[in-house]
Design a protein around this ligand. Structure first.
Ligand SMILES: [Zn+2]
Length: 86
């Protein structure tokens, strides 16, 4: 069992499977649900647009991208997001 810094609030926690602590896991899920909901009707949006329309911070969206929960697709050279097979 290792100790890590939570990627969301910076607190130390016992790392299990997630990069965030227990309380942030819930917030992460809420944010992810908002993103998912928005992307069902807007399949290709930029991170900024997604952030503006869902209220989820861009750094959270970028972390989801890094973790592979969201996938980036290039559409006419414009970076866009899509839900990955998570
Ligand atoms: Zn946390």
């Amino acid at each position: 069992m290792s100790i890590k810094n939570c990627k969301r609030c910076g607190k130390l926690f016992k790392f299990q499977q997630h990069n965030v602590c227990q309380s942030c896991l819930i917030k992460d899920q809420e944010d992810f649900d908002k993103i998912w909901e928005y992307m069902r009707t807007h399949p290709r949006v930029s991170v900024l647009e997604l952030s503006r329309n869902t209220g989820v911070k861009p750094e959270v969206i970028n972390r989801f991208l890094r973790e592979g929960r969201l996938a980036v697709q290039s559409n006419d050279g414009e970076p866009a997001t899509s839900i990955g097979d998570y």
